[in-house]
Design a protein around this ligand. Sequence first.
Ligand SMILES: C[S@@+](CC[C@H](N)C(=O)[O-])C[C@H]1O[C@@H](n2cnc3c(N)ncnc32)[C@H](O)[C@@H]1O
Length: 244
Amino acid sequence: MAHLPEDNLQYKDVDYWDERYKVEESYDWLGGLSKFWHLLENHIKKDDSILVLGCGNSSMSSDMYNAGYCSITNIDYSSVCISAMSTRNAHCPGMSWRQMDMRQLAFPDTSFDVVLEKATLDALMVEEKTPWEVSPQTASFIHEVLTEVSRCLKPGGLFVSVTFAQPFFRKRLYARSEYNWSIKQYSYGDGFEYFVYVMAKGNALSAEDAALEKKLLESSKSQPAQSIPTLNGEQEDFLSLMDL
Ligand SMILES: C[S@@+](CC[C@H](N)C(=O)[O-])C[C@H]1O[C@@H](n2cnc3c(N)ncnc32)[C@H](O)[C@@H]1O
């Protein structure tokens, strides 16, 4: 796999993704749509306006489009990715492709019924030494993204996050009353388990998630740091390297 980074930290670097997308045609992190769509199809309507964050060269958006979802906006901060994907999908009028940083979404408030991300927030976690307490830099980065997502969601809209991160580690980032959403979780996968979080805008956090938020606000406890191994061999799976 020629595009494997020498160091996990490169997954945070737009130059890495640009170089990768010059040579790689298609890759689906955490599996393709068919693996998890059964969990979402009852939540998402065919005419919903959908925003995909960090689309990469995944086939997820075109698979959704071919399944009848007719309004899909895709963003990625890699210009190489956006140029390739926009050319490849030029025959799909309901799909648009824009180079954009997910921390600064250039859309008005309440623009979308659904915001979807798959493995995109995971790519921000590669610097973490321990899942028990996300570093202040990463927490602040993710907070910027989630604030933007919440702003761009319509009332009743959904934020869907498909990730390798287990609830214990991921819910602490999503359970914040200022995002004004509730959280549901699902899982899929044989052998390795992946997770789908569905946040519904305008619903309050459950009592359990509100208690988690309160506890985290009050707590300053942290666990000892563990080092993250680097990638090697034929495997590309920073997902399993973080001891999550
Ligand atoms: C691990 S890949 C996931 C790609 C795709 N979502 C999938 O499921 O296969 C992460 C993607 O997020 C993009 N990305 C990383 N940081 C970003 C940011 N701040 N804004 C927009 N896109 C970003 C990268 O360019 C890359 O395409």
